[in-house]
Design a protein around this ligand. Structure first.
Ligand SMILES: C[S@@+](CC[C@H](N)C(=O)[O-])C[C@H]1O[C@@H](n2cnc3c(N)ncnc32)[C@H](O)[C@@H]1O
Length: 222
C-alpha cells in the first residue's frame, strides 16, 4: 500500500495566533481564514467569552480577537482550539496599531469595543483608545455601512465616546447591540453582577472614506 496518499482532512492548526508576515502591511484575510466571509473584529477581546459565543453561533462570519495581554490570549487560544472554531483567530498587538496598519481598508464589517480600559485619572486620559485618530483609523478599516459597537460601565468615558462620534459626520447612530446572556463579555458579567449601568453605543459608517459605494451592507450583529 502506498504511503504517499494525500491526507483527506486538513490538519487542525496548532495555534489560533496570527503571526503576520509583515507588521506594516495589512493581513491577507483569505490566507488567515478557511472561508471568505464578513470580518468582525473585537478590539481588547480579553478572555474572549463574547468572541467564543459569537464565533460558535455565526460560522458564516470570521472573527478576529485583538488584545495586547499575552496570558489572556494564550488561555483563549487553547479554548478556541478545543472548541474547533476555524472562523476565530487571535492577534496580540495594540488595538490602534492593528486598526491602522494590519486591517485592510474597507475590510471590517463590525468592530466591537467592549469595556475598553477607561483610564479614569485625568492625566491618563490620553491613553484611552477612543481619540479622533483612532476613529480615523477605524473609518479607514470599516467597509461601507460597517458598524462599531461600544459598551462601557464608565459614564465619563461613555460621554467622551458618544461626543466623539457625534462630531464625526462619517458616522451615524445604528441599532444598539444587546448581548444575550451567553454573549456577555467577562467584564460585563462582572459589572452587571455589581449592579453597574452599562452604556452602549452603535455607529454606522455612513460616508466610506475608501471610495466604495455603500451597497454591500454587512450583516447586522444579531
Ligand atoms: C477592561 S478589559 C475588557 C475585556 C473584554 N472586552 C471584556 O469586556 O471582558 C480591556 C482589555 O483590553 C486590553 N487592552 C487594553 N489596552 C489595549 C491596547 N492598547 N491594545 C490592545 N489591547 C488592549 C486589555 O489587555 C484587556 O484585555
Amino acid at each position: 500500500m502506498s504511503t504517499d496518499a494525500p491526507p483527506t482532512t486538513t490538519p487542525a492548526p496548532a495555534t489560533t495566533f496570527l503571526t503576520p508576515s509583515s507588521w506594516t502591511e495589512p493581513l491577507v484575510m483569505e490566507a488567515v481564514f478557511p472561508k471568505r466571509q464578513p470580518l468582525e473584529v473585537d478590539l481588547g477581546c480579553g478572555k474572549g467569552r463574547f468572541l467564543m459565543a459569537r464565533a460558535r453561533h455565526h460560522p458564516d462570519r470570521n472573527f478576529l480577537g485583538v488584545d495586547r495581554l499575552f496570558v489572556r490570549l494564550q488561555r483563549l487560544d487553547r479554548r478556541i482550539l478545543r472548541a474547533n472554531l476555524p472562523n476565530l483567530r487571535l492577534l496580540r498587538i495594540e488595538n490602534d496599531y492593528a486598526t491602522q496598519h494590519l486591517l485592510s481598508p474597507c475590510s471590517v464589517a463590525v468592530f466591537y469595543v467592549f469595556f475598553p480600559d477607561p483610564w479614569p485619572k485625568r492625566r491618563h486620559h490620553r491613553k484611552r483608545l477612543f481619540t479622533p485618530e483612532f476613529l480615523a483609523h477605524a473609518r479607514q478599516a470599516l467597509m461601507p455601512g460597517g458598524i462599531i459597537h461600544v459598551a462601557t460601565d464608565h459614564a465619563d468615558y461613555a460621554e467622551q465616546i458618544f461626543k466623539l462620534f457625534a462630531r464625526d459626520p462619517a458616522f451615524e447612530p445604528a441599532a444598539i447591540f444587546t448581548p444575550s446572556d451567553e454573549e456577555r463579555t467577562d467584564f460585563e458579567c462582572h459589572y452587571v453582577g455589581q449592579g453597574h449601568p452599562i452604556h452602549r453605543g452603535a455607529y454606522r459608517l455612513a460616508a466610506p472614506p475608501c471610495g466604495l459605494k455603500p451597497e454591500a451592507q454587512p450583516a447586522g450583529p444579531n
